[in-house]
Design a protein around this ligand. Structure first.
Ligand code: PHE
Length: 352
């Protein structure tokens, strides 16, 4: 082992300081620390040779060595600090002048999937001359049932599990409810205007319902109504077929089957051929093997309903339909549980 001298210590110190001054990165500083001050570092190694010197030299050279060590350590510390300050300063100044950096995105909300589907549905019908109106969610028995040919005590009331408002009139009747469908707006609209009528009514409905994957106690409906001279079942079919194509694609087929609603005659349910399996049905989850998907109830407005609002039933006929936007959204987006819509889970909502 070579003996340390004042000269060798001075040489190493100079060499180290010159190197240090030229560094740009913290990695270089780290490496430098290992090279000179580490356990096997150059200065450390030299100082280890102190034991070979006689006492006098050892004291003298030892002091020089310690001084050199302190010098290197202090230079390293100040270089480290200087380097991080330069980096900060550079970053700061670049930030101030870099106008090309993209802005921070502003956190925005989005439209609820039900809202999007309702807008799509209304858009499709608006394009066919229907105007969009809305009505009250708290409704009278009179409009929700009576005017729709569902008198009190009629078994058809069982089709709508009703939430009644806790209020009684002078006769002890409970005449107010949360509307079970948007159909009461048929009567309200016709009372307020003369034909031609062509309206579409989106809105929230409520039912006294145990919730499961396909039932909610509140949900939306979109009602449609067209009344004029000479409207026939062919108009109903043509309009709803056109709607199905606008909503689900040009190649869609539709199917009408008899169904019963007290306020239409005849009444139908309309299905489209399944867009997932193209009507094939085999093993299809969306249409459950049938090839068809029911999307709405419809029919020709019952003459009793027309008469109820004072329309001349010899002169006017019309058709009405009602559909559930959540159901359509479920079909369109492959959502398997209606309860997702209103549990406000952002992981669900952010997908739309
Ligand atoms: N209102 C009916 C329901 O809620 C749907 C419907 C509307 C049927 C209009 C026929 C005509 O089930």
């Amino acid at each position: 082992m070579t003996q340390p001298t004042a000269q060798s210590i001075e040489d190493i110190t100079q060499k180290a300081l010159v190197e240090l001054a030229g560094f740009e990165t913290t990695e270089q500083l780290d490496q430098w620390r290992v090279t000179y001050l580490g356990r096997r570092g150059e200065l450390t190694t030299i100082l280890r040779g102190l034991s070979q010197l006689d006492l006098n030299d050892r004291r003298l050279i030892g002091a020089l060595g310690n001084q050199a060590k302190t010098t290197l350590e202090e230079s390293l510390a100040s270089r480290t600090q200087g380097m991080s300050e330069t980096r900060l300063a550079r970053a700061a100044s670049e930030e101030r002048i870099d106008v090309t950096l993209p802005g921070r995105p502003i956190v925005t909300g989005g439209l609820h999937p039900t809202t999007q589907i309702i807008r799509e549905i209304c858009g499709a019908f608006a394009g066919m001359g229907f105007s969009v109106i809305e009505g009250p969610e708290v409704e009278w028995d009179h409009y929700n049932f009576e005017m729709l040919n569902i008198p009190s005590g009629h078994p058809a009331r069982d089709m709508w599990n009703t939430l009644w408002v806790d209020y009684r009139d002078e006769q002890g009747q409970q005449p107010m409810l949360l509307r079970t469908h948007t159909s009461p707006m048929q009567a309200r609209v016709m009372e307020s205007m003369e034909p031609p009528v062509r309206v579409i009514v989106p809105g929230k409905c409520y039912r006294y319902e145990a919730t499961d994957a396909t039932h909610e106690w509140h949900f939306y409906q979109v009602e449609g109504l067209a009344v004029d001279e000479g409207i026939t079942f062919a108009d109903l079919k043509g309009t709803l077929f056109e709607f199905a194509k606008r909503m689900f694609g040009d190649e869609r087929k539709v199917r009408f089957r008899c169904d019963y609603f007290p306020f239409v005659e005849p009444g139908v349910d309309m299905s489209i051929d399944c867009f997932a399996c193209q009507g094939d049905g085999q093993g299809c989850r969306i249409c459950r093997d049938s090839g068809w998907i029911e999307i709405m109830g419809a029919g020709m407005v019952h003459p009793k309903v027309l008469a109820g609002v004072g329309y001349d039933t010899e002169k006017y006929t019309g058709f009405a339909f009602g559909l559930g936007p959540e159901r359509i959204a479920m079909l369109k987006y492959g959502i398997d549980d209606i309860r997702h819509f209103y549990t406000n889970d952002l992981r669900f909502l952010r997908q739309f």
